[in-house]
Design a protein around this ligand. Structure first.
Ligand code: SIN
Ligand code: CO
Length: 401
């Protein structure tokens, strides 16, 4: 789709205008972004997910109690929960949040595709929350871009003014709730089903449920901090660097003071570090791997026994197709005119640019893909690692026991 097509989900803005004016810069309220929305889950189904082992879920209670029965302004507990937890909860003032629902529910995963006006590898996950009236997670600041889509019921959103990194937060709880929150003039709205609020990183916000069916879908994005990027890239590069590459000071002049760490020494070290890090080929290989790293590494389940390539080809030629496993991440980058790296779930595989591009798109993976040389072996490898699955195998299936 051309970048200047008006998009109803962006309130009629084109992707190009949204990215230019709002993305990472300022909030945008979009009334009726998804006018026909039907919540992909009921509150009970969300609670069901929150009871599953291995699913990241949090319960935030306001005016709760600690283990000794002392009143606490906020209490956070982590899943998996059980029915007893839900049956003891009051009728108001709590929130249940379930992370990465797109890994378990295909309809939720499909929603991600509507956000592909931003590169896919920037997407983190879809979190879904349920809250009865008064439920919220408190006023806070997130470090990530987020689209908050009201899936059912109503939520009252308030935005704060500028908040710096050092803003005081309430001590002693596992949540970064701001001690002071003042609503910015005019930044106060009740969102109805289908309405959506975009928030850039660092924007203080507070969303309070107004109904007993308030479900909010948060489409969150990932961005590495400089701290994570530098550490991770240095680790990646470090694995390939020869130990002979090190600080050297051939041709130095005699030191004025042998105890001093002088400017020339500092400059030699600075150059060693910057020249070593400034390697565009390695940077691309690292970046693709790190941005496709699965959110939960242990959710990638390898096949018990490898699929013979001939069997896979026969299956596809008989009309079968493969799916990208929910939660698997794909991206690609050309190496030259004839070769590309396909990044999948933290790994890099060399193949033709056409095959890499097709695999990193949402195109179906059927017999047509076999037209690309090397496709069958590459696909068989991805099936074995768990990044691809046969229909029905890749979605989370609830345990009936
Ligand atoms: C929520 O859904 O309750 C909170 C989402 C957020 O503020 O990031
Ligand atoms: Co938030």
């Amino acid at each position: 789709m051309p970048a200047d097509t008006p998009l109803p989900m962006l309130g009629g803005l084109s992707a190009a205008d949204f990215l230019d004016q709002y993305w990472q810069r300022k909030p945008l309220l979009i009334r009726g972004a998804f006018p026909d929305i039907e919540s992909p889950l009921s509150p009970n189904e969300l609670a069901g997910l929150a009871c599953e082992e291995g699913i990241e879920a949090r319960l935030v209670e306001e005016h709760g109690q600690d283990a000794k029965g002392n009143p606490r302004p906020w209490k956070v507990s982590h899943g998996p929960f059980d029915e007893a937890t839900f049956s003891r909860l009051p009728e108001s003032n709590w929130s249940l949040l379930v992370q990465a629902v797109d890994h378990y529910i295909p309809e939720v995963a499909n929603l991600l595709e509507t956000f592909s006006f931003v590169p896919r590898w920037r997407l983190d996950d879809i979190m879904i929350s349920y809250a009865p009236p008064g439920g919220s997670v408190g006023p806070h600041v997130d470090q990530y871009d987020v689209f908050l889509l009201q899936a059912s019921g109503q939520r009252h959103w308030q935005l704060g003014g500028p908040t710096d990194d050092e803003a005081p937060i309430i001590e002693g709880i596992d949540l970064r709730i701001l001690e002071h929150f003042e609503v910015a003039p005019g930044k106060d709205w009740v969102l109805e089903p289908g309405d959506m609020l975009y928030l850039p990183p660092g924007q203080a916000h507070h969303g309070i449920s107004q109904s007993d069916d308030c479900m909010t879908v948060s489409v969150g994005f990932r961005a590495l901090s400089a701290d994570e990027a530098v550490t991770s890239f240095a680790d990646y590069l470090g694995e390939t660097l020869p130990s002979s590459k090190r600080y050297s000071d051939a041709g130095m002049t005699p030191p004025a003071d042998p105890g001093e760490l002088n400017d020339e020494a500092l400059e030699r070290m600075r150059r060693l570090i910057l020249e070593t890090l400034d390697d565009p080929t390695q940077l691309a290989q690292w970046f693709g791997r790190v941005m496709t790293q699965p959110k939960y590494v242990d959710q990638l389940v390898p096949q018990e026994s490898p699929t013979p390539v001939e069997e896979l080809v026969a299956e596809l030629e008989a009309g079968g197709y493969l799916e990208r496993t929910l939660g698997s991440r794909f991206a690609w980058r050309a190496l030259d005119d004839n070769q590309a790296t396909l990044f999948v779930d933290g790994d890099g595989l060399v193949c033709s640019p056409g095959l890499a591009q097709a695999m990193a798109s949402n195109a179906s993976i059927d017999a047509d893909i076999l037209d690309y040389p090397g496709a069958a072996a590459l696909i068989a490898g991805l099936l074995d690692r768990g990044s691809l699955s046969w229909p029905g195998d890749g979605a989370f299936e609830e345990d009936d026991e």
